[in-house]
Design a protein around this ligand. Structure first.
Ligand code: SF4
Length: 365
């Protein structure tokens, strides 16, 4: 899974209404016209662009926050979610395991839980409808400035700017800005620029076009300035473009080794349920230390990445009935937070993607 650059999270600053767009950015009108003309001719059609349903738009935006469109659409996540939870009421009433199971493989599971909390917050409002304003959306659980701008402009065409990683990159290049994008004053400045450049009559198309320009033309490593529809407005057009935006140094990669047990008895498997913030509610194989698994046969090794962690997952064979008869190197027997589950139920239990893949591989054998 490819993580998109973090989007600035500072709320839109108030734009001085006494200043015209021309006074602030003289080429704003030209930019808007060229951007819209390009998008009308070349813009892609996605399911969430064929609807004005704020719930469907919210689902797509939350899924796309950390995941590429090809995954969300091509691997069926969006369609499966909308089939399982077609509206706010269905999602609000769903069980957490059911939600996590449909989300499984997308990672960043707090997004799924937050979506449900947002649905519950909407239902609790008088009338049980989404509030039709940026301020009202921001008051809902789990909705930040980007998502509020996206839902407000895509669902109701409200003149709300938005800034995600793609938009931030485009804006930084347009302005030839070399300040670190993730440090003050940049987050607030990006929202100001997005507000000044916004086509207030056609915010829905404008915001879609700006995001798509960043996805397809003004890409991180190979911006296609020669064919870019707004290159006459851009102060970075040409070789300088790829050097922007500047960022603070990346966090150092942390190597992690997980030693786990594959313990199966009477067609049941021993599992541990995560309580940590990132994967809360997901089921994993029981974790042990390297010393506890040193004497156990190694069945399988897999590698995966999560944020700045590079994880090596080792799965060791463990015969539960022999737990107390082994040497000092034997892993501790079943622990309080570990429970037995029928192998037949395994497909129904939400599980981190790398664990699911490794388990499926081992069980096929
Ligand atoms: S001209 Fe190049 S740098 Fe400027 S917006 Fe277009 S693709 Fe991005």
């Amino acid at each position: 899974m490819k993580k998109k650059p973090a989007s600035p999270t500072v709320p839109p600053a108030a734009i001085d209404a006494t200043l015209t767009q021309d006074a602030l950015i003289p080429w704003a009108a030209e930019f808007q016209a060229k951007l819209l003309a390009w998008f009308r001719a070349e813009g892609r059609d996605y399911p969430w662009r064929q609807t004005e349903n704020p719930y469907a738009i919210l689902v797509s935006e939350v899924m796309l926050q950390q995941t590429q469109i090809a995954t969300v659409l091509g691997r069926g996540y969006y369609d499966r979610w909308m089939t399982a939870f077609p509206d706010v009421a269905t999602l609000a009433a769903a069980s957490e395991p059911a939600i996590l199971r449909v989300w499984e493989g997308l990672g960043y599971y707090s997004r799924a839980r937050n979506l449900q909390k947002t649905a519950q917050a909407v239902l609790a409002l008088p009338g049980g409808q989404f509030p039709e304003s940026v301020e009202g959306l921001l008051a809902l659980h789990g909705i930040g400035p980007y998502t509020a701008g996206a839902v407000a402009s895509f669902a109701w065409n409200l003149p709300a700017p938005l800034v995600d990683g793609n938009v931030a990159r485009v804006l930084t290049r347009l302005m030839a800005c070399d300040l670190p994008i993730d440090q003050p004053p940049m987050p607030r400045r990006l929202w100001e620029w997005a507000g000044i450049l916004l086509n207030r009559q056609d915010a829905r198309l404008h915001n879609s076009a700006l995001m798509e320009l960043g996805q397809r033309i003004c890409t991180p490593r190979s911006p296609a300035c020669l064919i870019c529809p707004v290159n006459t407005c851009c102060a970075s057009a040409g070789p300088a473009a790829a050097s922007r935006p500047k960022k603070s140094p990346a966090r150092a990669t942390v190597l992690v080794i997980e030693h786990t047990l594959l313990a199966i008895r009477d067609n049941k498997i021993l599992l541990h349920q995560e309580t940590g913030r990132r994967r809360q509610g997901l089921w994993k194989l029981p974790l042990r230390t390297a010393a506890e698994t040193a004497a156990l046969p190694l069945l399988h090794t897999a590698q995966y990445a999560i944020t700045h962690h590079r994880v090596t997952l080792h799965i060791h064979a463990f015969a539960p009935d022999n737990a107390n008869t082994n040497s000092n190197a034997a892993p501790a027997p079943q622990r309080e937070d570990e429970t037995w589950h029928s192998l037949a139920d395994l497909p129904l239990l939400p599980m981190p993607g790398p664990y699911r893949k490794s388990l499926n591989h081992l069980l096929r054998q």
